[in-house]
Design a protein around this ligand. Structure first.
Ligand code: AMP
Length: 401
């Protein structure tokens, strides 16, 4: 169920959001994307005259003792002012997540206003998925809404366990969560052919499960980034000092065989931009990816590979992109990634559906300035990856179950 299917008029609604925003040394928010993404749900609840209680985690606090550095650094109090500006309403903050003081604050909360609870991860019970802790949070509200897609793959107290304390018609997804799930499902359920996945990033070990799950769905898989070299070595190539996970050579061979069986075409970069050092000012050359000399490493896909990948993307009707094609953070090795970004945007403008799912490809599409020209940019790196790997997300199951 979604928030718009639930009667939340004049109710007290507890919304679990992902306000895990980066803060600088002065505790100023350096990127408020995650807060902005949760706004439609929060505003909708306020418009329904609900009393809105918001909870989230922030960072990874380790020292949970009172007055610890971590408690100061990761307090949600740093977000109060900006949240009130964004939501155009009064935000009350309470330095606790459960307990009698929180209960009183929740009861006193006026409709159309927000009560922001303290960082859920200040309690060890959050990550443990403790039922009593979850029940205490649940007792604060009539309705529970989960809009934290970024943590939907965690079975934590406030993201999953809590849902069982609300009847089915009193719990649901927020608008961001709904959009993320709708887009992720578009890809896995009956996508328009030709379907292409662009998979890159550093390690093949991080993407094995994703590749296995994508083979039956995809017509083409374009492989780039450091992970490509494990495949190239598995095929007998000389890869010099490029990234390679020798423990995964057999697995890489199995994936190539499986793809052949399922008629999925896996593309490996024919050529690479290689460097004699992992540095922005290294000496570079473009060579055949299977003929890299010792002392050199592949840091981007080469001109020929880029051209081939471009053509495949231009002919695709559904595109998933997860992971950069090279070390895009350094200009000398960014061409493959940014050319792919441009091609995905162009294909989208001609009617293809494109989903950018995963941490560094999101950073790359943002850096390229093309984020608005693709169909959907996921906010939940780990959660999106697990969904696309075919895993059930605890935060989703708890609402639907
Ligand atoms: P991941 O988090 O696994 O998606 O990996 C992203 C990181 O992989 C980025 O920081 C890239 O700089 C890095 N990367 C991409 N291609 C390569 C490569 N050929 N060699 C080393 N690192 C790479």
């Amino acid at each position: 169920m979604n928030i718009t299917d639930i009667n939340i008029k004049n109710q007290t609604v507890l919304i679990r959001v992902d306000f895990n925003v980066p803060l600088d040394a002065e505790r100023k928010i350096t990127d408020d994307t995650r807060m902005v993404k949760a706004l439609p749900t929060i505003k909708y609840a306020l418009e329904q005259n609900a009393a809105v209680i918001i909870c989230s985690h922030l960072g990874r606090p380790k020292d949970l003792s009172s007055n610890s550095e971590d408690r100061i650094k990761y307090s949600l109090k740093h977000l109060v002012y900006h949240l009130s500006e964004l939501a155009h309403t009064k935000v009350h903050f309470i330095e606790d997540t459960v307990g009698s003081k929180v209960k009183v604050a929740a009861e006193l909360l006026s409709r159309g206003e927000i009560l922001l609870l303290e960082n859920t991860r200040f309690y060890i019970e959050e990550k443990e998925g403790n039922e009593e802790f979850a029940q205490q949070m649940a007792s604060l509200a009539d309705v529970y809404i989960n809009d934290a897609f970024g943590t939907a793959h965690r079975a934590h107290a406030s993201t999953a366990v809590i849902a069982q304390y609300f009847e089915k018609d009193k719990r649901g997804f927020g608008m961001l969560m709904n959009a993320e799930l709708t887009n992720a499902r578009k890809l896995s359920q009956d996508p328009t052919a030709p379907v292409t996945a662009i998979i890159g990033g550093a390690k093949v070990s991080d993407k094995i499960q994703l590749l296995k799950n994508l083979i039956p769905v995809m017509d083409n898989i374009l492989v780039g980034g450091g992970m490509a070299y494990t495949f190239l070595k598995a095929q007998g190539g000389s890869i010099g000092n490029s990234l390679c996970e020798n423990d995964y050579l057999e697995m890489a061979k199995d994936i190539l065989k499986e793809a052949e069986k399922k008629n999925t075409k896996i593309y490996l970069p024919e050529d690479s931009v290689i460097a004699d050092n992992f540095a922005a000012d290294a000496n570079t050359q473009i060579v055949d990816s299977k003929n890299i000399s010792e002392g050199w490493m592949g840091l981007d896909i080469g001109a020929k590979a880029t051209k081939v990948y471009l053509e495949v993307i231009q002919n695709s009707k559904t595109i998933l992109w997860n992971g950069p094609m090279g070390v895009f953070e350094m200009e000398a090795f960014s061409n493959g990634t940014f050319t792919v970004a441009k091609a995905v945007a162009e294909s989208t403008s001609k009617g293809a559906y494109s989903l950018i799912g995963g941490g560094d490809s999101v950073a790359a599409i943002n850096k390229s300035g093309l984020a608005k020209q693709v169909s959907f940019v996921s906010t939940g790196g780990g959660a999106m990856l697990e969904f696309l790997e075919g895993k059930e997300l605890p935060g989703v199951k708890a609402i639907e179950g």
